[in-house]
Design a protein around this ligand. Sequence first.
Ligand code: HEC
Ligand code: HEC
Length: 373
Amino acid sequence: MRNRMGILLLTLFALLCTLAIKAAPPQRGQQDQDGKNMNRGVPWAYGFATPFVAAPAPGAGGGGGGRGAAAAPAAPAPAAPAPAAEPEDRDTPRRLPGAAAAFALKEVDNNYGPADWYPQDHPKMPEIVAHGDKAAMVNACGFCHYPNGKGRPNNAGPAGLPAEYILQQLDDFKSGARTSWDKRKRNTGQMIDIAKGLSPEEMQAAAEYFSSMKWTPWTKVVEADMVPKGHFVGGGGGLNMPLTGAEAGMEPLGDRIVETPASPEDTEPMRNPRSGFIAYVPTGTLKKGEALVLRGGPGKTVACAACHGEGLKGNGGFPSLAGRSPSYLARQLYDFQHFTRVGPGSQLMQPVVANLSEDDILAIVAYVASLQP
Ligand code: HEC
Ligand code: HEC
Protein backbone atom coordinates (compact mmCIF):
# COMPACT_ATOMS: atom_id res chain seq x y z
CA MET A 1 0.00 0.00 0.00
CA ARG A 2 2.73 2.45 0.99
CA ASN A 3 4.69 1.99 -2.28
CA ARG A 4 1.74 2.56 -4.54
CA MET A 5 0.45 5.45 -2.51
CA GLY A 6 3.73 7.12 -1.61
CA ILE A 7 3.20 10.42 -3.36
CA LEU A 8 -0.40 10.72 -2.31
CA LEU A 9 0.57 10.06 1.26
CA LEU A 10 3.32 12.66 1.23
CA THR A 11 0.87 15.26 0.00
CA LEU A 12 -1.58 14.20 2.63
CA PHE A 13 1.01 14.29 5.33
CA ALA A 14 1.69 17.91 4.46
CA LEU A 15 -2.02 18.56 4.64
CA LEU A 16 -2.36 16.83 7.95
CA CYS A 17 0.46 18.87 9.39
CA THR A 18 -1.73 21.93 8.94
CA LEU A 19 -4.13 20.42 11.43
CA ALA A 20 -3.29 20.77 15.07
CA ILE A 21 -1.81 17.35 15.70
CA LYS A 22 -2.31 16.38 19.27
CA ALA A 23 0.04 14.08 21.10
CA ALA A 24 -2.72 13.17 23.53
CA PRO A 25 -6.44 12.54 23.38
CA PRO A 26 -8.94 15.23 24.36
CA GLN A 27 -8.98 15.89 28.07
CA ARG A 28 -11.94 15.98 30.36
CA GLY A 29 -14.22 18.88 29.56
CA GLN A 30 -12.20 19.94 26.52
CA GLN A 31 -14.16 21.70 23.80
CA ASP A 32 -13.59 21.94 20.07
CA GLN A 33 -13.32 25.15 18.07
CA ASP A 34 -17.12 25.54 18.03
CA GLY A 35 -17.39 25.07 21.78
CA LYS A 36 -18.72 21.53 21.37
CA ASN A 37 -17.92 18.90 23.95
CA MET A 38 -15.18 16.46 22.93
CA ASN A 39 -15.29 14.14 25.86
CA ARG A 40 -18.84 13.28 26.72
CA GLY A 41 -18.61 9.86 25.15
CA VAL A 42 -20.74 8.27 22.46
CA PRO A 43 -22.35 5.51 24.57
CA TRP A 44 -24.82 4.62 21.81
CA ALA A 45 -21.89 3.52 19.64
CA TYR A 46 -20.58 1.13 22.30
CA GLY A 47 -23.96 -0.34 23.16
CA PHE A 48 -24.80 1.50 26.37
CA ALA A 49 -27.49 3.93 27.44
CA THR A 50 -25.13 5.90 29.69
CA PRO A 51 -21.57 7.17 29.19
CA PHE A 52 -18.57 5.23 30.36
CA VAL A 53 -16.79 6.76 33.31
CA ALA A 54 -13.24 5.58 33.80
CA ALA A 55 -12.15 4.87 37.35
CA PRO A 56 -9.67 7.54 38.43
CA ALA A 57 -6.11 6.29 38.06
CA PRO A 58 -4.23 6.15 41.35
CA GLY A 59 -2.69 9.57 41.98
CA ALA A 60 -4.35 11.10 38.91
CA GLY A 61 -5.27 14.18 40.94
CA GLY A 62 -8.78 14.63 39.57
CA GLY A 63 -7.69 14.05 36.00
CA GLY A 64 -10.37 11.42 35.81
CA GLY A 65 -8.07 8.59 34.89
CA GLY A 66 -5.97 10.33 32.27
CA ARG A 67 -6.28 8.92 28.78
CA GLY A 68 -9.78 8.25 27.70
CA ALA A 69 -11.49 9.43 30.87
CA ALA A 70 -15.01 10.65 30.39
CA ALA A 71 -16.90 13.38 32.14
CA ALA A 72 -20.31 12.13 33.25
CA PRO A 73 -23.14 14.39 32.14
CA ALA A 74 -26.68 13.93 33.41
CA ALA A 75 -27.47 10.56 31.89
CA PRO A 76 -30.87 9.49 30.66
CA ALA A 77 -32.48 6.87 32.87
CA PRO A 78 -31.54 3.40 31.63
CA ALA A 79 -34.32 1.58 29.80
CA ALA A 80 -36.44 -0.67 31.97
CA PRO A 81 -35.45 -4.34 31.81
CA ALA A 82 -37.49 -6.53 29.50
CA PRO A 83 -40.31 -8.43 31.17
CA ALA A 84 -39.41 -12.02 32.10
CA ALA A 85 -39.83 -13.94 28.85
CA GLU A 86 -41.20 -17.45 28.50
CA PRO A 87 -38.46 -20.08 28.43
CA GLU A 88 -37.24 -20.20 24.85
CA ASP A 89 -37.88 -23.31 22.76
CA ARG A 90 -34.35 -24.23 21.70
CA ASP A 91 -35.06 -27.64 20.18
CA THR A 92 -37.77 -27.29 17.55
CA PRO A 93 -36.41 -26.67 14.04
CA ARG A 94 -37.33 -23.24 12.66
CA ARG A 95 -37.35 -21.91 9.12
CA LEU A 96 -36.42 -18.75 7.26
CA PRO A 97 -37.79 -17.87 3.82
CA GLY A 98 -35.66 -19.22 0.99
CA ALA A 99 -33.47 -21.32 3.31
CA ALA A 100 -33.28 -25.00 2.39
CA ALA A 101 -32.47 -26.25 5.89
CA ALA A 102 -34.28 -25.74 9.19
CA PHE A 103 -32.37 -25.05 12.39
CA ALA A 104 -33.26 -25.14 16.08
CA LEU A 105 -32.15 -22.19 18.20
CA LYS A 106 -29.50 -24.32 19.87
CA GLU A 107 -27.95 -24.69 16.39
CA VAL A 108 -28.52 -21.06 15.41
CA ASP A 109 -26.41 -19.81 18.30
CA ASN A 110 -23.87 -22.61 18.53
CA ASN A 111 -20.71 -20.54 18.71
CA TYR A 112 -18.57 -23.44 17.41
CA GLY A 113 -20.66 -23.97 14.29
CA PRO A 114 -23.64 -21.64 13.97
CA ALA A 115 -26.43 -22.28 11.47
CA ASP A 116 -25.47 -21.47 7.90
CA TRP A 117 -28.90 -20.37 6.65
CA TYR A 118 -27.88 -19.45 3.11
CA PRO A 119 -24.75 -21.35 1.98
CA GLN A 120 -25.47 -20.12 -1.56
CA ASP A 121 -24.72 -16.52 -0.46
CA HIS A 122 -21.01 -16.97 0.23
CA PRO A 123 -17.96 -19.02 -0.85
CA LYS A 124 -17.09 -22.16 1.08
CA MET A 125 -16.11 -21.13 4.60
CA PRO A 126 -12.69 -22.10 5.92
CA GLU A 127 -12.87 -24.26 9.05
CA ILE A 128 -11.98 -21.37 11.36
CA VAL A 129 -14.88 -19.26 10.06
CA ALA A 130 -17.40 -22.11 10.10
CA HIS A 131 -16.42 -23.90 13.34
CA GLY A 132 -13.66 -21.96 15.05
CA ASP A 133 -10.95 -23.82 16.90
CA LYS A 134 -12.35 -25.45 20.02
CA ALA A 135 -8.97 -26.56 21.39
CA ALA A 136 -7.78 -22.95 21.31
CA MET A 137 -11.18 -21.71 22.60
CA VAL A 138 -11.67 -19.65 19.45
CA ASN A 139 -15.34 -19.25 18.50
CA ALA A 140 -16.32 -19.52 14.84
CA CYS A 141 -15.84 -16.11 13.19
CA GLY A 142 -19.16 -16.73 11.46
CA PHE A 143 -20.98 -16.76 14.79
CA CYS A 144 -20.51 -13.05 15.54
CA HIS A 145 -19.69 -11.78 12.05
CA TYR A 146 -22.21 -14.08 10.31
CA PRO A 147 -21.03 -16.49 7.59
CA ASN A 148 -21.30 -13.63 5.05
CA GLY A 149 -19.09 -11.31 7.13
CA LYS A 150 -21.75 -8.61 7.46
CA GLY A 151 -21.86 -8.81 11.24
CA ARG A 152 -23.86 -6.71 13.67
CA PRO A 153 -23.41 -3.10 14.81
CA ASN A 154 -22.05 -4.32 18.14
CA ASN A 155 -19.28 -6.31 16.46
CA ALA A 156 -18.00 -5.57 12.93
CA GLY A 157 -18.39 -6.42 9.26
CA PRO A 158 -15.10 -7.83 7.99
CA ALA A 159 -16.57 -8.63 4.54
CA GLY A 160 -15.02 -6.70 1.67
CA LEU A 161 -12.01 -5.41 3.61
CA PRO A 162 -8.50 -5.81 2.13
CA ALA A 163 -6.85 -9.03 3.36
CA GLU A 164 -3.69 -7.19 4.42
CA TYR A 165 -5.82 -4.76 6.44
CA ILE A 166 -7.64 -7.66 8.17
CA LEU A 167 -4.33 -9.33 9.03
CA GLN A 168 -3.02 -6.08 10.48
CA GLN A 169 -6.13 -5.67 12.62
CA LEU A 170 -5.81 -9.22 13.96
CA ASP A 171 -2.20 -8.42 14.85
CA ASP A 172 -3.30 -5.19 16.52
CA PHE A 173 -5.94 -6.95 18.62
CA LYS A 174 -3.34 -9.54 19.56
CA SER A 175 -0.62 -7.06 20.50
CA GLY A 176 -2.91 -4.85 22.57
CA ALA A 177 -2.79 -2.00 20.03
CA ARG A 178 -6.54 -2.23 19.46
CA THR A 179 -8.81 -2.09 22.51
CA SER A 180 -12.11 -0.44 23.31
CA TRP A 181 -12.23 3.02 24.86
CA ASP A 182 -15.36 1.90 26.68
CA LYS A 183 -13.99 -0.73 29.02
CA ARG A 184 -17.47 -2.12 29.65
CA LYS A 185 -17.64 -3.43 26.07
CA ARG A 186 -17.17 -7.13 26.63
CA ASN A 187 -17.08 -8.46 23.08
CA THR A 188 -14.02 -6.40 22.12
CA GLY A 189 -12.28 -8.39 24.86
CA GLN A 190 -13.58 -11.57 23.24
CA MET A 191 -12.24 -10.46 19.85
CA ILE A 192 -8.85 -9.81 21.46
CA ASP A 193 -8.79 -13.30 23.01
CA ILE A 194 -9.78 -14.77 19.65
CA ALA A 195 -6.95 -12.98 17.84
CA LYS A 196 -4.52 -14.30 20.46
CA GLY A 197 -5.73 -17.86 19.87
CA LEU A 198 -5.36 -17.88 16.07
CA SER A 199 -2.51 -19.57 14.21
CA PRO A 200 -0.96 -17.63 11.28
CA GLU A 201 -2.64 -20.09 8.90
CA GLU A 202 -6.05 -19.53 10.45
CA MET A 203 -5.56 -15.75 10.25
CA GLN A 204 -4.62 -16.02 6.60
CA ALA A 205 -7.58 -18.26 5.75
CA ALA A 206 -10.07 -15.99 7.51
CA ALA A 207 -8.59 -12.82 5.98
CA GLU A 208 -8.72 -14.24 2.46
CA TYR A 209 -12.26 -15.49 2.98
CA PHE A 210 -13.73 -12.23 4.29
CA SER A 211 -11.88 -10.08 1.77
CA SER A 212 -13.14 -12.22 -1.12
CA MET A 213 -16.72 -11.01 -0.53
CA LYS A 214 -18.09 -7.61 -1.50
CA TRP A 215 -19.65 -5.27 1.04
CA THR A 216 -23.30 -4.72 0.06
CA PRO A 217 -26.04 -2.50 1.58
CA TRP A 218 -26.77 -3.56 5.15
CA THR A 219 -27.87 -0.49 7.11
CA LYS A 220 -30.62 1.86 6.03
CA VAL A 221 -29.99 5.38 7.34
CA VAL A 222 -33.09 7.45 8.14
CA GLU A 223 -33.26 10.97 9.55
CA ALA A 224 -35.82 11.12 12.36
CA ASP A 225 -36.88 13.06 15.46
CA MET A 226 -38.82 10.26 17.13
CA VAL A 227 -37.68 6.62 17.28
CA PRO A 228 -39.01 3.32 18.64
CA LYS A 229 -38.08 2.90 22.31
CA GLY A 230 -35.31 0.37 22.63
CA HIS A 231 -32.87 -1.18 25.04
CA PHE A 232 -29.45 -2.77 24.72
CA VAL A 233 -29.60 -6.54 25.05
CA GLY A 234 -26.77 -8.98 25.55
CA GLY A 235 -24.98 -7.10 28.32
CA GLY A 236 -21.48 -5.68 28.14
CA GLY A 237 -22.24 -3.60 25.06
CA GLY A 238 -25.05 -5.12 23.12
CA LEU A 239 -27.55 -4.74 20.38
CA ASN A 240 -30.30 -2.12 20.46
CA MET A 241 -33.61 -4.00 20.29
CA PRO A 242 -37.01 -2.30 20.28
CA LEU A 243 -39.07 -2.74 23.43
CA THR A 244 -42.18 -4.83 23.02
CA GLY A 245 -45.61 -5.19 24.61
CA ALA A 246 -46.68 -2.55 27.10
CA GLU A 247 -43.23 -0.92 27.01
CA ALA A 248 -43.24 -0.35 23.25
CA GLY A 249 -43.65 3.21 22.04
CA MET A 250 -41.82 6.16 20.57
CA GLU A 251 -39.31 8.51 22.21
CA PRO A 252 -37.25 11.52 21.09
CA LEU A 253 -34.01 10.54 19.35
CA GLY A 254 -31.97 13.43 20.75
CA ASP A 255 -28.23 13.59 20.20
CA ARG A 256 -27.46 9.98 19.25
CA ILE A 257 -27.84 7.33 16.58
CA VAL A 258 -30.19 4.44 17.22
CA GLU A 259 -29.21 1.45 15.12
CA THR A 260 -31.60 -1.44 15.42
CA PRO A 261 -32.56 -4.57 13.44
CA ALA A 262 -34.79 -3.88 10.41
CA SER A 263 -36.74 -6.96 11.46
CA PRO A 264 -36.08 -7.68 15.17
CA GLU A 265 -37.14 -11.37 15.21
CA ASP A 266 -34.98 -12.10 12.17
CA THR A 267 -31.89 -10.78 13.91
CA GLU A 268 -32.56 -12.01 17.43
CA PRO A 269 -32.98 -14.91 17.93
CA MET A 270 -32.80 -16.10 14.30
CA ARG A 271 -29.47 -14.51 13.24
CA ASN A 272 -30.79 -14.16 9.68
CA PRO A 273 -27.76 -13.01 7.66
CA ARG A 274 -30.04 -11.47 5.02
CA SER A 275 -31.76 -9.21 7.52
CA GLY A 276 -29.92 -5.92 8.06
CA PHE A 277 -30.31 -2.84 10.22
CA ILE A 278 -31.91 0.55 10.30
CA ALA A 279 -30.08 3.56 11.73
CA TYR A 280 -32.10 6.56 12.91
CA VAL A 281 -30.01 9.74 12.84
CA PRO A 282 -31.00 13.25 13.97
CA THR A 283 -32.65 15.41 11.30
CA GLY A 284 -30.09 17.56 9.48
CA THR A 285 -27.12 15.32 10.28
CA LEU A 286 -26.57 13.97 6.78
CA LYS A 287 -25.97 17.39 5.28
CA LYS A 288 -23.50 18.34 7.99
CA GLY A 289 -21.74 14.99 7.66
CA GLU A 290 -21.51 15.31 3.89
CA ALA A 291 -19.71 18.64 4.17
CA LEU A 292 -17.13 17.27 6.63
CA VAL A 293 -16.54 14.04 4.71
CA LEU A 294 -16.27 15.61 1.25
CA ARG A 295 -14.41 18.79 2.11
CA GLY A 296 -12.99 18.45 5.61
CA GLY A 297 -12.54 21.89 7.10
CA PRO A 298 -9.71 24.19 8.11
CA GLY A 299 -8.32 23.10 11.48
CA LYS A 300 -11.01 20.42 11.62
CA THR A 301 -10.35 17.42 9.38
CA VAL A 302 -9.46 16.39 5.83
CA ALA A 303 -11.53 14.88 3.03
CA CYS A 304 -11.81 11.16 3.66
CA ALA A 305 -11.75 10.10 -0.01
CA ALA A 306 -8.07 11.08 -0.23
CA CYS A 307 -7.24 7.79 1.45
CA HIS A 308 -10.45 5.76 1.53
CA GLY A 309 -11.04 6.20 -2.20
CA GLU A 310 -13.76 7.61 -4.39
CA GLY A 311 -17.15 7.28 -2.64
CA LEU A 312 -15.23 5.77 0.32
CA LYS A 313 -15.35 2.40 -1.41
CA GLY A 314 -11.80 1.55 -0.32
CA ASN A 315 -8.48 2.02 -2.06
CA GLY A 316 -5.60 -0.46 -2.07
CA GLY A 317 -4.91 -1.33 1.55
CA PHE A 318 -7.24 1.42 2.85
CA PRO A 319 -10.50 -0.05 4.15
CA SER A 320 -13.85 0.75 2.54
CA LEU A 321 -16.26 2.69 4.73
CA ALA A 322 -19.33 3.33 2.55
CA GLY A 323 -22.52 1.75 3.84
CA ARG A 324 -20.97 0.30 7.00
CA SER A 325 -22.59 0.40 10.44
CA PRO A 326 -22.57 3.94 11.86
CA SER A 327 -22.27 2.63 15.43
CA TYR A 328 -19.23 0.60 14.44
CA LEU A 329 -17.68 3.53 12.57
CA ALA A 330 -18.28 5.97 15.44
CA ARG A 331 -16.65 3.58 17.89
CA GLN A 332 -13.57 3.39 15.72
CA LEU A 333 -13.28 7.16 15.32
CA TYR A 334 -13.65 7.56 19.07
CA ASP A 335 -11.09 4.82 19.75
CA PHE A 336 -8.59 6.48 17.37
CA GLN A 337 -9.22 9.87 18.98
CA HIS A 338 -8.69 8.50 22.47
CA PHE A 339 -5.66 6.41 21.54
CA THR A 340 -7.11 3.01 22.35
CA ARG A 341 -6.66 2.05 18.67
CA VAL A 342 -2.98 2.68 18.01
CA GLY A 343 -1.82 0.10 15.46
CA PRO A 344 0.55 1.21 12.66
CA GLY A 345 -2.30 2.32 10.37
CA SER A 346 -3.78 4.52 13.09
CA GLN A 347 -1.03 7.10 12.68
CA LEU A 348 -2.75 8.30 9.53
CA MET A 349 -6.14 8.47 11.26
CA GLN A 350 -5.14 10.20 14.49
CA PRO A 351 -4.71 13.68 12.97
CA VAL A 352 -7.94 13.21 10.97
CA VAL A 353 -9.95 12.76 14.18
CA ALA A 354 -7.98 14.90 16.67
CA ASN A 355 -10.21 17.96 16.33
CA LEU A 356 -13.61 16.33 15.88
CA SER A 357 -16.36 16.94 18.42
CA GLU A 358 -18.79 14.18 19.24
CA ASP A 359 -21.40 15.96 17.12
CA ASP A 360 -18.96 15.92 14.19
CA ILE A 361 -18.35 12.20 14.67
CA LEU A 362 -22.08 11.52 14.72
CA ALA A 363 -22.64 13.52 11.52
CA ILE A 364 -19.68 11.96 9.71
CA VAL A 365 -20.66 8.37 10.44
CA ALA A 366 -24.32 8.99 9.60
CA TYR A 367 -23.33 10.28 6.18
CA VAL A 368 -20.71 7.58 5.55
CA ALA A 369 -23.21 4.86 6.50
CA SER A 370 -25.75 6.34 4.07
CA LEU A 371 -23.37 6.02 1.10
CA GLN A 372 -23.95 3.28 -1.46
CA PRO A 373 -21.17 0.69 -1.00
C1 HEC B 1 -17.53 -13.16 20.16
C2 HEC B 1 -17.79 -12.44 18.93
C3 HEC B 1 -16.68 -12.44 17.87
C4 HEC B 1 -16.14 -13.53 17.23
C5 HEC B 1 -16.45 -14.99 17.42
C6 HEC B 1 -15.19 -12.97 16.28
N1 HEC B 1 -15.18 -11.61 16.36
FE1 HEC B 1 -14.13 -10.36 15.17
N2 HEC B 1 -14.89 -8.74 16.16
C7 HEC B 1 -15.75 -8.82 17.23
C8 HEC B 1 -16.01 -7.50 17.72
C9 HEC B 1 -16.89 -7.14 18.90
C10 HEC B 1 -15.30 -6.60 16.90
C11 HEC B 1 -15.28 -5.07 16.98
C12 HEC B 1 -14.52 -4.57 18.17
C13 HEC B 1 -14.77 -3.12 18.49
O1 HEC B 1 -15.56 -2.46 17.82
O2 HEC B 1 -14.16 -2.64 19.46
C14 HEC B 1 -14.61 -7.43 15.93
C15 HEC B 1 -13.80 -6.91 14.91
C16 HEC B 1 -13.15 -7.69 13.99
C17 HEC B 1 -12.34 -7.17 12.91
C18 HEC B 1 -12.06 -5.70 12.59
C19 HEC B 1 -12.88 -5.26 11.42
C20 HEC B 1 -12.50 -3.88 10.91
O3 HEC B 1 -13.27 -3.32 10.11
O4 HEC B 1 -11.45 -3.35 11.29
C21 HEC B 1 -11.84 -8.24 12.23
C22 HEC B 1 -10.94 -8.20 11.02
C23 HEC B 1 -12.35 -9.43 12.87
N3 HEC B 1 -13.16 -9.06 13.93
C24 HEC B 1 -12.05 -10.72 12.46
C25 HEC B 1 -12.50 -11.88 13.11
C26 HEC B 1 -12.09 -13.21 12.75
C27 HEC B 1 -11.12 -13.55 11.63
C28 HEC B 1 -12.73 -14.07 13.59
C29 HEC B 1 -12.62 -15.58 13.67
C30 HEC B 1 -11.30 -16.11 13.86
C31 HEC B 1 -13.55 -13.25 14.47
N4 HEC B 1 -13.36 -11.95 14.15
C32 HEC B 1 -14.40 -13.75 15.45
C33 HEC B 1 -16.32 -9.96 17.75
C34 HEC B 1 -16.06 -11.25 17.33
C1 HEC C 1 -4.26 10.05 5.43
C2 HEC C 1 -5.08 8.92 5.06
C3 HEC C 1 -6.47 8.86 5.68
C4 HEC C 1 -7.45 9.83 5.67
C5 HEC C 1 -7.40 11.22 5.08
C6 HEC C 1 -8.59 9.23 6.34
N1 HEC C 1 -8.30 7.96 6.72
FE1 HEC C 1 -9.52 6.69 7.76
N2 HEC C 1 -8.08 5.26 7.78
C7 HEC C 1 -6.82 5.40 7.24
C8 HEC C 1 -6.05 4.20 7.52
C9 HEC C 1 -4.62 3.91 7.10
C10 HEC C 1 -6.91 3.35 8.25
C11 HEC C 1 -6.57 1.98 8.86
C12 HEC C 1 -6.19 2.22 10.31
C13 HEC C 1 -5.68 1.01 11.03
O1 HEC C 1 -4.97 0.20 10.43
O2 HEC C 1 -6.00 0.88 12.22
C14 HEC C 1 -8.16 4.05 8.41
C15 HEC C 1 -9.24 3.53 9.10
C16 HEC C 1 -10.45 4.20 9.26
C17 HEC C 1 -11.58 3.66 9.97
C18 HEC C 1 -11.68 2.30 10.62
C19 HEC C 1 -12.22 1.32 9.60
C20 HEC C 1 -12.55 -0.03 10.16
O3 HEC C 1 -13.01 -0.89 9.39
O4 HEC C 1 -12.35 -0.25 11.36
C21 HEC C 1 -12.57 4.60 9.89
C22 HEC C 1 -13.95 4.51 10.49
C23 HEC C 1 -12.04 5.73 9.15
N3 HEC C 1 -10.76 5.46 8.78
C24 HEC C 1 -12.76 6.87 8.87
C25 HEC C 1 -12.25 7.98 8.18
C26 HEC C 1 -13.00 9.18 7.94
C27 HEC C 1 -14.45 9.39 8.34
C28 HEC C 1 -12.15 10.05 7.29
C29 HEC C 1 -12.43 11.48 6.88
C30 HEC C 1 -12.96 12.37 7.92
C31 HEC C 1 -10.89 9.36 7.13
N4 HEC C 1 -10.99 8.10 7.67
C32 HEC C 1 -9.78 9.90 6.53
C33 HEC C 1 -6.35 6.49 6.56
C34 HEC C 1 -7.01 7.68 6.35
